[in-house]
Ligand binder design. Structure first.
Ligand code: ADP
Ligand code: MG
Length: 416
């Protein structure tokens, strides 16, 4: 799972064709037999050209030779899938260069990318199974059990597909979410939100107001038949906008020591929450809907109490009341969004199970739970943007290593 774009510009049109052929072959074969790659790539030069490309691709780590198999074959690696997705985004002129990694989520890598005009965007690469990858170091049985199913790629594709569909549907209904720009395989391109996750905000002028906004969002989702399912301080970005100076000074109500910073500048600050991260969205009619709903609400309550020492005087909101809101005021039901975008029942089930397993794995792993349950008051002092969701020890080379500002080839180059 190395996203190293260096080899990208060296790949020829033939190499891309062969990589695409390997991808096509993996739909029905865990290990794609070499003759099938030859057939699917339809290169004029025939087998020798294909073999040359295979060797180039294998050297770059985009294809992996499976030696112990009864037949000679290759497997598309995560790197190979990354390249194919980037190639597509590049051909569609959505991505021209790949910059730094801004976040390592539990199940994704978040990169800043730019198009030819220099407009920055976010590339989210889904990595369902990352945790399993990490666990395998100490658990060979787990590796054996899961290696065979090759399902990590399939699940990551599902996650991206579902997330893109929901981002689109929510955006269309006017929800504060990033603009979905493009989708390819296990990746999404979306607008860059120039804001920090709530997790990194140490004080706000009006905690009650922000709390009400967030609860309002939970209820607005419910109205459309949806529960976010992971509505926490990592998945809410806080846009800060300062109005024109009015001459009045804003008094900070945050923690001690923060007042000064807030007092120095003039003009009211408005905080707008932007919601991200949708692969785990569930319907209000899901069998466990109440649990998911309550969990989202509790997440916000707990965070506001801990961080801002704010406790709402109003109990709830409660699931049974939220349920009454469904479809109210002509709110369009969005819970069939994934199905509408081609998601089958099986896909939904597979993805849900995988997300549940991942969460369980995270909880059961001692290092991870340490990170997750860190209640230390000083926690907000450290950390860079987006790294809080990081898997501990993510500096380890097998996770992700991006060469900053590596350029993708011109969109026309190396096209199949
Ligand atoms: P995961 O599913 O792995 O949790 P997220 O979609 O929540 O991934 O993204 C992880 C982090 O990346 C976020 O907490 C945020 O810091 C950053 N991020 C994600 N999307 C954007 C975006 N559109 N604009 C700016 N930052 C983003
Ligand atoms: Mg997240």
């Amino acid at each position: 799972m190395l996203l190293d774009t260096r080899a990208m510009r060296h790949l020829s049109a033939e190499d891309w064709k062969v990589l695409q052929a390997a991808e096509q072959g993996s739909k029905n074969h865990e290990v794609v037999p070499t003759p099938l790659i030859e057939r699917l790539s339809r290169l004029k030069g025939g087998a020798s050209g294909v073999h040359k490309s295979i060797s180039t691709l294998a050297k770059a780590g985009l294809l992996a030779r499976m030696k112990e198999m009864k037949y000679d074959g290759y497997r598309l690696t995560y790197g190979g899938l990354d390249y194919l997705a980037l190639h597509t985004h590049s051909q569609k002129r959505q991505v021209y260069s790949v910059g730094t990694r801004v976040g390592v989520g539990k199940e994704s890598d978040i990169m800043i990318v730019a198009d030819e005009t220099g407009t920055q965007k976010i590339l989210k690469i889904h990595r369902l199974g990352r945790i399993s990858f990490r666990t395998v170091k100490t658990n060979r049985d787990y590796l054996k059990k899961n290696q065979a199913c090759g399902s990590w790629m399939y699940l990551s594709r599902l996650a991206a597909m579902k997330e893109f569909a929901f981002m689109q549907a929510l955006r269309d209904e006017g929800f504060p979410v990033p603009e979905p720009i493009a989708h390819s395989r296990h990746t999404i391109v979306m607008s860059l939100i120039d804001a920090s996750p709530l997790r990194q905000i140490s004080a706000v002028p009006d905690p009650a107001g922000l709390y009400a906004d967030l609860i309002g969002l939970i209820l607005r989702l419910a109205k459309h038949g949806l529960i976010h399912g992971d509505f926490n301080e990592f998945n809410i970005l806080i846009l800060e906008e300062r109005a024109e100076p009015t001459g009045t000074t804003i008094k900070g109500k945050g923690k001690e020591g923060d007042e000064n910073a807030l007092d120095q500048e003039e003009g009211a600050i408005t905080l707008t929450p932007i919601v991200i991260d949708f692969p785990q969205m569930v319907s209000m009619e899901h069998p466990n809907a109440e649990m998911y709903f309550d969990r989202d609400v509790q997440c916000i309550k707990r965070f506001f109490e801990r961080r801002f020492h704010f406790l709402s005087t109003t109990p709830g909101p409660f699931f049974k009341d939220a349920k009454k809101l469904m479809g109210k005021d002509g709110a369009k039901r969005l819970d069939a969004t994934a199905t509408a975008s081609g998601f089958t029942k099986k896909m939904a089930k597979d993805l849900e199970a995988a997300i549940r397993d991942q969460a369980a794995l995270l909880e059961s792993s001692p290092i991870d739970s340490e990170d997750e349950d860190d209640e230390d008051e000083n926690e907000e002092e450290e950390g860079e943007v987006g790294d809080e969701g990081a898997v501990p020890g993510s500096e380890e080379p097998e996770v992700l290593h991006i060469k900053g500002n590596d350029f993708l080839p011109e969109a026309e180059e190396g096209m199949a």
